[in-house]
Design a protein around this ligand. Structure first.
Ligand code: PAF
Length: 281
């Protein structure tokens, strides 16, 4: 496994891989790898001849006052974990390598980025789509792998790939969860033991929402109220949003219909967690 920090060497390596006719599976990450990342990486390894990841905490997708500085970083630990999955290449550039002085090009997906996390984190998805475009151009993958936990990110990037005719297969894999249902995230590390215990209410509330829908409830306000009541059982939880949207356009629904995304963002102290489920009714 090679760790590459500069773009010139990366291009050289990718050219060699392509010349041999090997398929490339790519998992973009911000590091501090957890089981969720590792499951994406193992699938990418199985489905491709060559598996690469990027580890880059992308400043462009963090707003003012967000956790860019504090975001956990541990390349030595990530390297060991990546090796265990059979990873062939880690691309881990500096901020200067990705955004040299004078950098001025951005990729923006409209509409799908307006609601949910886009409403509370203005500019976030512009940062994600820009860095992911750069990474796709650099790694030239045949298949890319993302987690369902970041549902809006996956919808937005899929739209970008489609709209910009990017020649790759976009694969979204289910959310990886802890035993109590908490979605795996590098940010779980910030939680105090008490907040960590309480954070299990997120998935508990989503499971209850699914149960109500299966039993025939279609009224979105009723389902949102049940979710909110369950989350409010946790003393430290501050709800940022609970939304039920159509997966076609991420617009809010009044009644459940077709494929729906139930998504939420909740803060425990300073730690903002997101989770979601998709329902078909
Ligand atoms: O999901 C993430 O970790 C990041 O948003 C991504 C896709 C690596 C872009 O920085």
């Amino acid at each position: 496994m090679e760790i590459i920090k500069d773009i010139a060497r990366l291009r050289e390596r990718i050219r060699e891989v392509k010349k041999k006719g090997l398929s490339i599976g790519f998992v973009p990450t911000m590091g501090y790898l957890h089981e969720g990342h590792l499951s994406l990486m193992k699938t990418a390894k199985k489905e491709n001849d060559f598996m690469a990841i990027s580890i880059f905490v992308n400043p462009l997708q963090f707003g003012a006052g967000e956790d860019f500085e504090e975001y956990p970083r541990d390349l030595a630990r990530d390297e060991m974990l990546a090796r265990s999955t059979g990873c062939d290449l880690i691309f881990s550039p500096s901020v200067k390598e990705m955004y040299p002085t004078g950098y001025g090009t951005f990729v923006e997906v409209k509409k799908l980025t307006e609601g949910l996390c886009g409403a509370s984190r203005p500019g976030h998805f512009l940062g994600v789509t820009t860095v992911v475009t750069k990474l796709f151009n650099l790694l030239r993958p045949d298949r890319v792998y993302f987690g369902q936990k970041d549902a809006q990110q996956a919808f937005v990037l899929k739209k970008m790939v489609n709209d910009l005719n990017m020649d790759l297969e976009f694969i979204v894999l289910p959310t990886f969860r802890e035993d109590d249902g908490l979605a795996m995230s590098s940010r779980n590390k910030y939680l105090t033991p008490e907040q960590r215990k309480e954070a299990a209410v997120l998935y508990k509330s989503l499971k209850q929402a699914r149960k109500l829908a299966v039993e025939g409830e279609r009224n979105v306000e009723v389902i949102k109220k049940v979710i909110s009541d369950i989350i409010s059982e946790a003393g430290h939880a501050q709800i940022e949003y609970i939304e039920i949207v159509d997966t076609q356009n991420l617009r809010s629904l009044h009644m459940l219909k077709g494929e729906c995304l139930i998504a939420l963002a909740v803060k425990f102290g300073q730690t903002r967690l997101i989770d979601n489920i998709i329902l078909e009714v």
